[in-house]
Write a new protein. Structure first.
Length: 192
């Protein structure tokens, strides 16, 4: 995700000023990354809430557009902070302490033209193991990893969105990557 952050701020200001197309352009730009972040952070056990939280996030963006300050954060960091808060609010309402799930139909669908049935089975199994490994991460590490790896946010934007110092975001990403490496270590091909 490499949008022009000045353009994002301009579009949000245009939305506030009444431009009927500005919000749609921002939505089109960030719709999928935002939804994927919500979906991945919620995990399979709460997958059904992703659509509702996605809608709530964009409603909050629209309602609070006038409060956005591009000097404090990029639009992406602001958007993902709102999405993150929606996830935390949902989890508090559900009284969820730890999220872990082994089912994630969307992530297990690996588009791959022409593999053999055996290759497809192995690929699906690996995708399921990756999803399980990501969902088994502590929530702070998971959201950092998902924002960085899946949503394409910079570490600076991840830190801003999660409300932590840059070094904390870096540490969370490093811990997440190490945990994933460890969890998936037996999936590496053997070198002959």
């Amino acid at each position: 995700m490499e949008p022009d952050t000045a353009d994002d701020a301009y579009l949000l200001r245009a939305h506030v000023a009444g431009d009927p197309h500005a919000f749609g352009r921002l939505y089109d730009r960030y719709d999928r990354p935002c939804w994927r972040f919500l979906r991945r952070t919620l995990g399979g056990a709460h997958a059904d809430a992703a659509d509702d939280l996605h809608q709530e996030t964009w409603i909050a963006v629209s309602r609070n557009a006038a409060a956005f300050d591009p000097k404090k954060a990029s639009f992406a960091a602001w958007l993902f902070a709102i999405a993150r808060n929606k996830v935390w609010d949902h989890l508090r309402r559900q009284k969820v302490a730890i999220l872990a799930s082994s089912e994630d139909d969307e992530a297990m669908t690996v588009p791959d033209p022409g593999p053999t049935p055996l290759d497809q089975a192995v690929s699906r199994e690996l995708a399921q193991r990756i999803v399980q490994a990501v969902e088994a991460l502590p929530l702070a590490q998971r959201e950092t990893f998902v924002m960085f790896a899946h949503a394409g946010l910079s570490l600076e934007d991840v830190a801003e969105a999660t409300g932590v110092p840059l070094e904390t975001a870096k540490s969370r990403l490093r811990y997440a990557r190490n945990a994933l490496r460890h969890a998936l270590a037996d999936q590496r091909p053997a070198h002959a």
